[in-house]
Structure formats: structure tokens, C-alpha cells
Design a protein around this ligand. Structure first.
Ligand code: PEP
Ligand code: MG
Length: 887
């Protein structure tokens, strides 16, 4: 049977699942010969059993812990609860995946009315000893006994006030003793029992409390947000206490081996002399930067550099470490992979690959496609002249605009109403996580680059400005004041997490710029991917942007978007409503010229690359005024009895629109059905495409149009339309005397098309899965209504695991796609197959498209970088052997 606990020199540091991240890190460090205080880990399995038995520690556990404590006593030459030389321990949580600040930690355990004397004597520092004691009682009271922390804080502040002390450091040993007395009193009053003097009882209580903290509301919220499974559980680390608050040659710090905001290769972190670890993380006192430590204590700095260097080499990953110096002696308390912004992650991955620390494949796999989305965060336009009212630390990059709110509950409420808010707090704590999730960004007046707000927002990819000390927050008045400006709850501000600036009102934002490392990462990704990345683009400028972002083709040009433009709409109306053949032809001719210009622009931008142009898809009445509005107009005009000519025109239009009305337009006269009933529109479009292509060809360019016929459900639809349109294409080419390389193909967006794809492939050189419609028609969920109406409920109630309009439903829609691919390629082996529904930019769906063997995925231009990484991940995870040579 597996052991319940492991000493740091025996645990397997690679088994984070069993030992938790912190425990595994401590084991690894101890086994690397780095200075770690002696201790042991109680495994996550014990925590599982704790929950399975309804909150009871396994029977044998405390005996084993007792034996381990005896071993620890030997190792440290100290004794638990001893009057002379007491052993004190910290009890720390630690799950497989980091959940910073979410679970509990208890320090200085083992202090009681006897051992306190020992600590005071041993350190020759009575004040320090009693300070440690009061901290312990406070933590124990709050965490183990569940007493409201405010009670202790009020007593502490009350005493400070009484003796006229402003800072904690002004309190003397006598004051600490008095505070200890008061704290014990609080426990007695609140719980009706004494604070436990027996260290073993303390230990038992603390271990249970840490296990319990796995399931607090905030921890559950955090796991839900990060999709961390609830059954990973936490380990408990019992670690010999070392003290960073033992005088001027002591201190505590946190450091990252590289910069977590920018990725720069330089030690980054903070250090507080004469303090305990919690003081740094809580962000209450503003600490020294690590660079200042180099000036103040070069020896310590050197030691730190050596240790973290070894750790980074060992883990081949940026590390986030916590350490304490006790009277000049270094102790490592924690190491873990550091949380970082997406920018930083990309720079670190690329540079580590260049340094040879990791492979190129690992570099690509280290960046999750979702992280790339963060990099596409908007920035404050540098040219904008907003009123900068304050400047704090640029803790998490990107810009956010929103209404100021001062507490997390409020942020959550407003967030649910889809209002954009900025959470403004003196500092944040783990209880604020829900509020941070709901907010666009966070602004705090206290705390450093490793404060809670900074760490959490960086992890979430949310902009944050922290330690903005010039803002004076008044939580009671729900406002803050800075430089004569008062900002009230509900007022709009912009925070710039890249510069630390706080701007009054809504600043204009611009698209993000791509860094050199980002470009490098994307190029690396391209080496590994098999899927091509195409873009959905309707205009030349979108095509240009797509190409800059790495698009290898246009997978969908929705030509109807060109019709909607203001100046063109009257022509479209004329074309639809024309009463005579002549009138209609006139309108079509004008539209032909316009469309030719559009297509020429796109084909030119994509020179040499394929451009899939879809013929008109939506029902025609979508281009006309709404029936209800027209009806209202006619009624108004009738009542006013004015301008009979205009009334007549309105009535006529109403009649035409009425005649075109359909009960179910999404299943009505749209797509190829429209082309069959109104061939002149399709013909005009194909003529425009080939006119444009021929002209480009004659200009020496290389246009590659692919004509896509939408919404085919029966092969004959495609057959008829294609035959008719190919004639048009040939005529135009003949006229120009040039040959354009082109393809005719279809969308597969109707289930029947997928099921009869072999027949369809007979007449199609390419397929493009229109998974928006295919999802709509497979589920019979209206794509325009589902998300606003019932989808949320379906997901909340667990009827669906995810929204199938965002992530492809493999089981149903995916099955149709698989059939479509197999039948299609069975008939025409070289059939080009892609996807152009929204799923083409979704990493999970891209993975599926890779598995299906599609040729490309197509998505909107701004998602191309995400899709490129996702395509590489899909290939790498599928273990493409032939790509291994790149490693
Ligand atoms: C689709 O149906 O997936 C598609 C791309 O076409 P549209 O969204 O224009 O209907
Ligand atoms: Mg469609």
C-alpha cells in the first residue's frame, strides 16, 4: 500500500499528483542538495480519504505523523513543545495544480505557553517570540477554529491604538504578550474552550483544516474558472519553521527566474528584510526589488542566483520561488513553474528553445492557443490624449475600460448583467477571485508585482495596475480621490496594465502589436502543423491583415457583405424589385462592376493563394427593409392622408416584401436555391470573379479563385448550378484569351450533403464544412436564437457540456463531417476539404479537423495566430512522426 507521508529526501519529485506541487518541489530541491528546511508531505490520497470518510482523518495517520515528528526532532535537534529548544513547524497546503492563496497555511505551529519561553530564550528575542505566538494563535483561531479574523484584527489594532503605535514594529514584547492574552480570550469567548496547548492537538487540527480548505467557496470558484478537477485534492506539507523576521540579517522573498510580465531573462522578484513570507505575498508592506537586494547584500543575491539557476536548469522551466533567510542562512521554501502573461510565456518559450534548454517542439507545446488570445488584447492608443490621473505598477498588460466598483460582490452582480467593470480595491485577497473574474481589469492602491492581484490577473490574462499608492480609496463613500479628482462608483476609467497608467473616462484602444518572439513562435508552429490556416475575409483590407497574420488562403468570402454596404444597397434593391427585365439588367450591370472591383482587390492581396468566394447565400428579403417597419410606414401614411404618390410607393414595396416573406427563411429560398430561381445574380457574380481574375492574370498576377456554392443538399442542385456557371466562366476567359486556374466546389452545411458526399464530390473539386449551419440543422437549434435563449440554461443544467456553436460537437456534427470526408475522398481522392464555420478558429475543433484529415481550417483574421498554434498542437499531439526531424 502507498505510504501516507514522505520525507523531502524520499518523495518522488515528479509525482505532483500524489505530493502536490509544493511537496514535489520541496522533495526535488532537497534531493538536488539545495537548502530546504527538513519536513515531510502528507499525500493527496490522504485528503481523498478524508473526504470519502466525511471529514475524518484516517485512523493510522496521527500515529504516523507522530513518528515523523520524532524523526524531524532528531533531524533538527529540537523538540516539539519543548521549554528550551522547541521545534516549530508550518502546515502548508499544496495541490497538483497551483491555486495561489486559495487554501490555508498555518505558521509557527508548536508554540504554546512552554515552548514560547524556549523560543524567546533561543532567539534571545522575546518580542519576536511573542509576535510569532500571536500570529500563530490568530491563524489557528481563524483557520482551524473558524473564528472571524476581524475579531483578532480589531483587538490588535485596538491595542496598537491604546499604546499609540502607528507601525507593528513599534510594539514591544509586553504589547505582544498582552495581545496573546487577548487573542486567547477571544478564542475562549468564541469557542467556549481554551486555545489548545498540546502541540499534537494543534497539529491534528491544522492538518484537518488544510484538507478542509480544499473545499472552501473561493477554492471551488477558482477551480471552476480554471477547469481544475475537484478530485485532485491537496497534500499537506509539514515543514520546519525558519524565520525571516529574526532581525536585520533575516528576511524573506519571492523571485521569478525570468520576468513574468515581459519574459525578459533577468531575476525578478521582491525581498523584505526582517519579515515573514506572508508579508510579501499579502502586499501590505511594499518590498525591495530583487535588484536592490544585490546592492544591499551581494552575498545573498549571489546565493539566490546560483540556486534559482540550478532550479531552472533542472526543471527547464521558469521558476517562481519563495525563500527565507534566517540570520544569514538561506532556505528554499517553494519552487514551482511561474505564472506569467502570454507575452512573457511566448518570449520565454522561444528564448529557452534558442538557448537549447528545451526543444522547438516543447516551445510550441508550452503555449496554449488560448494564451495567444490574451496577446491579442487591445492596447491604449499611444496617440490618445486621455487624462492620466494616476500611475501604479504595470502588473498585468493590456488595457481595460469599465465602470469603477469597490467590492467583488458588486463586480459579480454587474458582470452578470454584462456590464464592464474595473474592480478597485486597496488590495485583493483570495476572496476577491470571483470579482476579478467578473471584472475587465483590476486596480489596487497597495501591493507589489507579486501581490495577490498581480499574480491572479496575470494568470487570467486580465489587465491590472497595482500598488497605485496615489489613489486614496474610501470604501465607505465608495469613491477614490487622486490629485483633486474624485472618482465615484459607476464612473468609467481605463487602466493600462502595460504602463501602469490610470486614465479618467474611456480611452481609445487599438489592436495589439506582435513581438519578434511572437512571430518566431508562429513560424515554429508552422513547421509542425499539417493543417493549413486560411481566413474568412470579405474585403481586401481583411485579406491583407489575414495574410500578414499568416493566412495561406481565404476559406470564405461572404459576398453578400458587399451588398450590404450603404452605396450599394439601392442597386441591390433595384435588382430585387425591378419590374422590367431591362431595369433588372441595368442594376445587375452596375453591381457587376462593383463586385469585380471587390474581387480584384481580394484576389490581388492573396496573389498566388486560393480564395474561396461564396455565391450569394441569404434570402433576398434580408436586403430589403423589414416588413413590420414598412407596414408601420404604410399605416402612418394612410392616416396622415398626405403625399399619395409616396403612399403608393410604400404600398408597392410592402406588397413585394410581403410576397417574399417566408415562415422559415433560414430553410427557405437561400443558398443555391436562390441561385436556381434567380440565376442572373449568380451569373453576375461569377462573371465579376472571372473578369477580375482575367484582368489580374493579364497584369501578370496569379489569381486562384474557388467558386463555392452554398447550402447544397442534393447533388442535382450543385450539378445544375455548376454547369450553368462554368459556362459563364469559360466565356469570360475566352473573351480575355487567358486561362485562370479555378475550382468549383460546395459547402457541406446540410446533413444530407454530408450523407451523400460521394455523389456530391462528383461535381465538386472542394468541400468546405459550413459548421454554423451544419450545427444548426443537426441539432435543430436556431443559430440566431439558441445562444440568447436556452443555451445558457442547457449548459448550466449540464444538458450540454459545451456550446456546440463554439466548439464542434464531435459525436453528432463531427460524425456527419467524418462521413462527408470519407465519402467525398472515396469518390475524389484529391478533394480539397476545409472548414469555414466559426469552429475553424476554436482550438478544440481544430484538433478534430486535424484528426479528420482536412486540408485547412478557416477563421476570422484576428484568430489566425491562435489557429496556427492550435494546428501545430494538433499535429504534435497526434505524434506526427515525419515532423520529428525538425526537433
Ligand atoms: C456556415 O454555415 O458555417 C457558414 C460558414 O456560412 P454562414 O455562417 O454564412 O451561414
Ligand atoms: Mg452557412
Amino acid at each position: 500500500m502507498a505510504k501516507n507521508l514522505y520525507f523531502f529526501d524520499e518523495g518522488d519529485g515528479s509525482n505532483k499528483k500524489l505530493l502536490g506541487g509544493k511537496g514535489a518541489g520541496l522533495c526535488t530541491m532537497a534531493q538536488l542538495g539545495l537548502p530546504v528546511p527538513p519536513g515531510f508531505v502528507i499525500t493527496t490520497e490522504v485528503c481523498r480519504r478524508y473526504y470519502e470518510s466525511g471529514g475524518k482523518l484516517p485512523g493510522e495517520l496521527m500515529n504516523e505523523v507522530g513518528a515523523a515528528m520524532q524523526k524531524l526532532e532528531k533531524l533538527t535537534d529540537k523538540h516539539f513543545g519543548d521549554l528550551n529548544n522547541p521545534l516549530l513547524v508550518s502546515i502548508r497546503s499544496g495541490s497538483m495544480l497551483s491555486m495561489p492563496g486559495m487554501m490555508d497555511t498555518i505558521l509557527n505551529l508548536g508554540l504554546n505557553d512552554e515552548s514560547i519561553e524556549g523560543l524567546a530564550k533561543g532567539t534571545k528575542n522575546e518580542r519576536f517570540a511573542y509576535d510569532a505566538y500571536r500570529r500563530f494563535i490568530q491563524m489557528f483561531g481563524k483557520i482551524v477554529l473558524g473564528i472571524d479574523g476581524k475579531k483578532f484584527e480589531e483587538a490588535f489594532d485596538g491595542h496598537k491604538h491604546k499604546v499609540g503605535a502607528k507601525l507593528d514594529t513599534e510594539l514591544k514584547a509586553e504589547d505582544m504578550k498582552e495581545i496573546v492574552r487577548q487573542f486567547k480570550q477571544i478564542i475562549k469567548e468564541e469557542k467556549g474552550e481554551e486555545f489548545p496547548n498540546d502541540p499534537n492537538e494543534q497539529l491534528r487540527g491544522a492538518i484537518s483544516a488544510v484538507f478542509k480548505s480544499w473545499n472552501t467557496k473561493r477554492a471551488k470558484e477558482y477551480r471552476e474558472f480554471y477547469k481544475i478537477p475537484h478530485d485532485l485534492y491537496t497534500a499537506v506539507n509539514v515543514v520546519t519553521m525558519v524565520f525571516g523576521n529574526m532581525g536585520p540579517d533575516s528576511g524573506t522573498g519571492v523571485a521569478f527566474t525570468r520576468n513574468p510580465a515581459t519574459g525578459k531573462k533577468a531575476l525578478f522578484g521582491e525581498f523584505l528584510f526582517n519579515a515573514q513570507g506572508e508579508d510579501v505575498v499579502a502586499g501590505v508592506r511594499t518590498p525591495l526589488r530583487i535588484a536592490e537586494l544585490e546592492e544591499k547584500s551581494p552575498q545573498l543575491y549571489q546565493q539566490l542566483i546560483e540556486i534559482v539557476g540550478k532550479l531552472e536548469q533542472h526543471y527547464r522551466e521558469m521558476q517562481d520561488v519563495e525563500f527565507t533567510v534566517e540570520q544569514g542562512k538561506f532556505y528554499m521554501l517553494q519552487t514551482r513553474a511561474g505564472k506569467r502573461t502570454a507575452q512573457s510565456a511566448v518570449k520565454i518559450a522561444v528564448e529557452m528553445a534558442e538557448e537549447g534548454l528545451i526543444t522547438r517542439k516543447e516551445a510550441v507545446l508550452r503555449i496554449e492557443p488560448k494564451q495567444i488570445e490574451q496577446m491579442l488584447h487591445k492596447q491604449v492608443d499611444p496617440k490618445a490624449k486621455g487624462q492620466i490621473i494616476a500611475k501604479g505598477l504595470n502588473a498585468s498588460p493590456g488595457a481595460a475600460v469599465g465602470k469603477v466598483v469597490f467590492d467583488s460582490e458588486r463586480a459579480k452582480e454587474m458582470g452578470e448583467k454584462k456590464e464592464k467593470v474595473i474592480l478597485v480595491r486597496p488590495e485583493t485577497s483570495p476572496d476577491d477571485v470571483g470579482g476579478i473574474i467578473a471584472a475587465q481589469g483590476v486596480l489596487t492602491s497597495r501591493g507589489g508585482m507579486t501581490s495577490h492581484a498581480a499574480v491572479v490577473t496575470r494568470g487570467m490574462g486580465k489587465p491590472a495596475v497595482v500598488g497605485c499608492e496615489s489613489i486614496k480609496i474610501d470604501l465607505n463613500k465608495r469613491s477614490f480621490e487622486v490629485g483633486g479628482v474624485t472618482v465615484k462608483e459607476g464612473d468609467t476609467i481605463t487602466i493600462n496594465g502595460s504602463t501602469g497608467e490610470v486614465i479618467l473616462g474611456e480611452a481609445p484602444l487599438i489592436e495589439p502589436q506582435m513581438s519578434v518572439e511572437f512571430e518566431k513562435l508562429l513560424s515554429l508552429a508552422d513547421e509542425f502543423k499539417r493543417l493549413q490556416n486560411w481566413a474568412n475575409a470579405d474585403y481586401p483590407q481583411d485579406a491583407k491583415r489575414a495574410r500578414e497574420l499568416g493566412a495561406q488562403g481565404i476559406g470564405l468570402c461572404r459576398t453578400e457583405h458587399m451588398f450590404f454596404e450603404e452605396k450599394r444597397l439601392p442597386l441591390v434593391h433595384q435588382m430585387i424589385l425591378a419590374e422590367t427585365e431591362e431595369e433588372r439588367k441595368g442594376a445587375l450591370k452596375k453591381l457587376l462592376e462593383i463586385q469585380k472591383g471587390d474581387f480584384k482587390g481580394i484576389l490581388k492581396e492573396m496573389n498566388g493563394l486560393p480564395v474561396v468566394i461564396r455565391l450569394l447565400d441569404p434570402p433576398l428579403h434580408e436586403f430589403l427593409p423589414k416588413y413590420e417597419e414598412l407596414l408601420e410606414e404604410v399605416i402612418m401614411r394612410r392616416m396622415s392622408r398626405e403625399k399619395p404618390a409616396e403612399l403608393e410607393a410604400a404600398e408597392k414595396l410592402l406588397k413585394r416584401v410581403e410576397a417574399m416573406r417566408e415562415a422559415n427563411p433560414m430553410m427557405g429560398l437561400r443558398g443555391c436555391r436562390l441561385g436556381i430561381t434567380r440565376p442572373d445574380i449568380n451569373e453576375m457574380q461569377v462573371r465579376a470573379i472571372f473578369e477580375a481574375a482575367c484582368e489580374l492574370k493579364r497584369e501578370g498576377r496569379d489569381p486562384k479563385p474557388e467558386i463555392m456554392i452554398p447550402l447544397v443538399g442534393h447533388v442535382n442542385e450543385l450539378k445544375v448550378v455548376r454547369e450553368q456557371l462554368e459556362q459563364v466562366a469559360r466565356k469570360v476567359m475566352l473573351k480575355h484569351g487567358v486561362d485562370v486556374s479555378y475550382k468549383f466546389g460546395t459547402m457541406i452545411e446540410v446533413p444530407r450533403a454530408a450523407l451523400t458526399a460521394d455523389e456530391i464530390a462528383e461535381f465538386a473539386e472542394f468541400f468546405s464544412f459550413g459548421t454554423n449551419d451544419l450545427t444548426q440543422m443537426t441539432y435543430a437549434y436556431s443559430r440566431d436564437d439558441a445562444e440568447g435563449k436556452f443555451m445558457f440554461k442547457y449548459i448550466e443544467q449540464g444538458i450540454l457540456d459545451f456550446d456546440p456553436f463554439q466548439t464542434l460537437d464531435r459525436k453528432g456534427v463531427g460524425k456527419l463531417m467524418r462521413i462527408g470526408v470519407e465519402l467525398g475522398r472515396g469518390r475524389r481522392s484529391e478533394l480539397e476539404i476545409g472548414i469555414c464555420g466559426e469552429h475553424g478558429g476554436d482550438p478544440e475543433s481544430i484538433k478534430f479537423c486535424h484528426e479528420l484529415g482536412l486540408n485547412y481550417v478557416s477563421c476570422s483574421p484576428f484568430r489566425i495566430p491562435v489557429a496556427r498554434i492550435a494546428a501545430a498542437h494538433a499535429a504534435l499531439r497526434a505524434g506526427e512522426a515525419e515532423k520529428q526531424r525538425y526537433l
